[in-house]
Design a binder for this molecule. Sequence first.
Ligand SMILES: [Zn+2]
Ligand SMILES: [Zn+2]
Ligand SMILES: [Zn+2]
Length: 125
Amino acid sequence: MTSLQRNIEEILTTSQEPVSVPSLVRLLGEGGHAPHKTSVYRNLERMVAHGSVEEVFLDAGTVYYEYKQSHHHHAQCSVCRAVVCIANDLLEKSIKHLERAVQKNGFMPTDHHVVLRGVCASCQG
Ligand SMILES: [Zn+2]
Ligand SMILES: [Zn+2]
Ligand SMILES: [Zn+2]
């Protein structure tokens, strides 16, 4: 494992929310590293392929990365772009129900994404 990969892994495991590449580069810089964006992407791709990290698609244009954990969804503030992880059993049950319904119409669901948009507590000030 490269030291860059170790540093990325450390940021992702300690972060409470998914991290975008620009923030990763900034955080690595604060830690005294100055990696090229391309090598950060390359390392992330490897970790995604390996299954330890997941890509999170929240808004067009930005991909966020987070350390793989149990299935959940996200809420994002449209002002500051802060992201929080949310898990809800009732939601998953409803989605299962929905999946069964579309299967009856011959559609084979593979996965799903749910994103709540809104304004976070500090941006409501
Ligand atoms: Zn906010
Ligand atoms: Zn998450
Ligand atoms: Zn779900």
